[in-house]
Every structure is written in C-alpha cells, then in structure tokens.
Design a protein around this ligand. Structure first.
Ligand SMILES: Nc1nc2c(ncn2[C@@H]2O[C@H](COP(=O)(O)OP(=O)(O)OP(=O)(O)O)[C@@H](O)[C@H]2O)c(=O)[nH]1
Ligand SMILES: [Mg+2]
Length: 458
C-alpha cells in the first residue's frame, strides 16, 4: 500500500453515471463504512452479512418513506476498484431519485466525493499506478477510436511497464555503485561501467522515442488542425462542406465570400481533425474587413499541423504553386487542384509534371477519398501503426525531458570518469524522474492536481 497522503478514511459517495434522465443510474460509495451506511436504509436484507461481489434487490427507505426499489452490489475490500469497501446502488434514472438517494447517503454518514477521488483512492491503495490512473481520465474523455486505443493501452499498464523495466535495471546499477562506495578503501568494482554505459544509451534512446511519440499522442488526444487555404473563389468553403457532408460554410461565386474562419471537427479513420476554412488570400485589397480575414488566414497557416493549399486548376500557374510550397513548407502542405470538372486536358498535362498534387472537384465530390488518404498519411505516416507506446500526457513529457537531462549527466560522468559518489547522485536523479511518472515518487499537491481533472464519480 502507498503512503497515506491525505485523510481518506471517510466514506465518499457520488453519482457514477452521467447526470440527467436515464433508464437507470448508478450511485457509488467507497470507504470503510460504505456497506454499513447503505445497510441502515436497506431493510430487506442484512448487507453486513453479505458476501463480496453479490447483488441484492430491495427498497431504500428514508424513515417510513420508500425512496426507490434498487439493486445494491457489494465489493468488499480489497477486491474492489478502490481497494476499499465499495457499494454500487443501481436506481431508477430520474434526477429526483438520484438526488434523494445522494442526500440519504450523506445524511447517513457519507460525504460527496471530489473529482477523481475514487481513482485517487485506487492509486493510494496500490490498485493502479499513476499513468494507469491518468489513463482512466483519458479513456473517459476519449472521443475517437485512436484516443481510446492509446488510453486503453496505458490503462493496461503498457506505458508504465516500459518505464518500470528501465527503472529496475537502473536501480540495480545504483545499488552496485553505492556498494562500491562502502568498500571505497579496498578498491573493488562491483558495477561494470561498460554495461552501465550501454544501459544509459538504451535509456536515452527509449526516452527520446517516448518524447517523440508525444507529437502523435497530442494529435490523437486533441485533434489535428487542418487549415484550408488558397485564393478567393478556389472552392475552399465548398471543399469544407464536401468533407463534412453538410452545408456548413457559405459558398458563392463572389470572390471574398468567407471573411472569418469557420471551424468544424471531422473524424477520419479514428483520428480527429479540426478543419479550418479560411478567407481567400489575395495580394491586394482595399476592403479592411477582407484584409483582417486574410491576416487571420496567414495566422492559421502558422498554427495548423497540415495546410491544404487549394487552387483552381483553370486559373493557376505552376509558378504560383511552387510559391505556395516554398511559403508553407513541404512538411505541412497538401497541394490540391480543384475544379477538374471544368479543366481542359492541356492544362492538366502541365500540372502532371509536379508530383504530389491531388486533383479533385469539390463541387462534384470527385476524388475526395484520395484527399482523405493523403491527410491521414501526412499526420500518421508510418508512425501510427507501429507497435509501442504513445505518450499523450503533458506531465509525462515534462518528466521525460528532465529524465533525459539526468541521463545525459550520467553519460558525461561516465565519459569523464567522475567519482562513484557523484555518479551515484546523477543516477539517483534519473531514478527520481522515472519514479515521478509512475507515481513511486509523488507529493500531495501533484496528486490533487492530477485527480482534480477527473469527473466526479470516477
Ligand atoms: N465547377 C466547379 N465549381 C466549383 C468547384 N468548387 C467550388 N466551385 C464554385 O466556385 C465558387 C467559389 O466557391 P467557394 O467554395 O465559395 O470558394 P472559396 O474558396 O471559399 O472562396 P472565398 O471564400 O471567397 O475565398 C462557387 O461558385 C462554387 O460553386 C468545383 O469543383 N467545380
Ligand atoms: Mg469561402
């Protein structure tokens, strides 16, 4: 069991299902008095005698008044989510009943749980490590297949398994080096410095890979920003509508129709994209509102992860396309030639000399699938289907960065052949940062911050 970091001997209660009307709702209690509190208002059976993992039907009573007929499920410590005595009351889903039961539980001695307090208790009782607890929050918040998968992988301990292995190996070395210090008079060497050097290099590589995966992890969690930019009338708003399959943005043959940006979310193959339709960019305009729109479009180009540079194949020259490519950068840009339904063959042959252009008709919804494939490839590249851990949490990134610095110090120390006591200090520092990720090393403020982001009842 982990160190007792807060006063959590009391019994907490919260609604575990979404608030509002539903067929049924679940109210959960956790703490040493959980069973007793419910037992007091559940006259049908003596729950005090009931075994763990059993369900019981009966009436919840407030004095002589029946509040609801419910199913009570018991989980006795330590075989429960939190590791404490847990009771789940499945009641009828009216908000009035939910509220009445919560009040009844509070009158009987429970207190309202803080956000994430159930999971916090699970952590404090050693049921989950910190990355797993954080994965619970991510799983609840996940809104795409990809973010669900990443969270689930971490919940199963995928991420922390990697780190724990690293930590164990390093602890072994730390112990050997500290042993040497005890025998310093006798000039013995327990730790093989060459092996330590190899281990440190492996750890550096692993840490760097984990840090790099955050780019993708962040994208999975928060969505990829895709700006659609181009000259006025290129068909940007038409493309947005086609991708979304709805008439979201205004379309007209008048250049300069879109003034402010229009943003909508789209899910392609389990990844969330934020599509941003922008005002058409032209070199010169006397219209101040249009100019403001153009400035904003340029801002969006900077901010976006991907930029779809859309051009009308009938009015655009090869030079103009090359200019776009240079300005936006090959990494970000997807070149898309629009209005192929109006194009003449000679003009199209011209464009064929440039690779990587996708030709579409936004209006006729022609070749839109190829564009979606190009978008997916751009973000995900080969990285996505690769096995392995994806970091999705900013707290982990910050600890991993510090870990990398500490590992570099160990490496430098080895090269410069520093004394054992200094080397041991650097290794301990690296161990510390590894521990802060999985929660072996933590403090109350940090925990409160992490769990405050959970919803109440989890
Ligand atoms: N023939 C044809 N017309 C298109 C196509 N895509 C867009 N259009 C037409 O081109 C005109 C301009 O389309 P919009 O989608 O408003 O263009 P925009 O790039 O958003 O223009 P601004 O908002 O002014 O910058 C409209 O009349 C569309 O119907 C296409 O693939 N083929
Ligand atoms: Mg537009």
């Amino acid at each position: 069991m982990r160190e007792n970091l807060s006063s959590w001997n009391d019994t907490i209660v919260a609604l575990a299902t979404a608030p509002g009307l539903g067929a049924i709702a679940v109210i959960r209690l956790s703490g040493s008095d959980a069973i007793q509190i419910v037992n007091c208002v559940f006259p049908n059976k003596d729950l005090g005698q009931a075994k763990t993992h059993t369900a019981h039907v009966g009436k919840l009573m407030e004095g002589i008044q029946v509040i609801d007929e419910v199913v009570v499920t018991l989980y006795r410590a330590p075989k429960s989510y939190t590791g404490e005595e847990v009771v789940e009351i499945s009641c009828h889903g009216s908000p009035f009943i939910q509220d009445s039961i919560l009040q009844l539980m509070i009158q009987s001695g429970a207190r309202m749980a803080k956000p994430g307090e159930f999971t916090q208790r699970a952590f404090l009782n050693g049921k989950l490590d910190l990355t797993q607890a954080e994965a619970v929050a991510d799983l609840i918040a996940s809104n795409t297949e990809a973010s669900r998968k990443a969270a689930l992988y971490n919940l199963k301990g995928g991420f922390s398994t990697d780190l724990k292995l690293m930590r164990e190996k390093l602890i072994k070395f730390s112990a050997l080096i500290e042993l040497e210090l005890d025998f310093s008079q006798e000039d013995v060497a327990f730790a093989n410095k060459k092996e330590l050097e190899i281990l440190v290099q492996q750890l550096q590589l692993k840490t760097t890979t984990l840090l790099e995966s955050f780019k993708l992890g962040n994208v999975i969690k928060n969505g990829v920003q895709v700006a659609i930019v181009g000259k006025p009338n290129a068909g940007k708003s038409t493309l947005l509508n086609t991708l979304l399959n709805e008439h979201r943005a205004l379309v007209s043959e008048i250049p300069g129709t879109t003034r402010d940006t229009v943003e909508e979310y789209l899910n392609i193959q389990g990844v969330l994209y934020k599509l941003i339709d922008t005002a058409g960019i032209r070199q010169q305009t006397t219209d101040t509102i249009e100019q403001m729109g153009i400035d904003k479009s340029r801002e969006k180009i900077q901010e976006a992860d991907i930029v779809i540079a859309l051009f009308d194949v009938n009015t655009t020259t090869l030079d103009q396309i090359t200019t776009w490519e240079n300005e936006i950068g090959v990494d970000k840009i997807i070149l898309v030639g629009n209005k192929i339904d109006l194009a003449n063959k000679e003009k199209m042959v011209d464009f064929q000399t440039l690779k990587n252009i996708i030709f579409i008709s936004a209006k006729d919804k022609d070749n839109i699938e190829s564009l979606k494939v190009a978008i997916t490839e751009k973000v995900i590249g080969e990285g996505f289907n690769k096995e392995g851990t994806i970091i999705t949490n900013a707290r982990h990134v910050s600890s991993l960065k510090k870990l990398l610095i500490a590992l570099n110090d160990v490496e430098t120390g080895l090269i410069e052949n520093i004394t054992g006591d200094l080397l041991a200090l650097d290794i301990r520092q690296a161990l510390h940062y590894l521990g802060t990720i999985t929660g072996e090393i933590t403090n109350e403020d940090q925990l409160d911050f992490i769990f405050s982001k959970f919803c109440i009842g989890k």
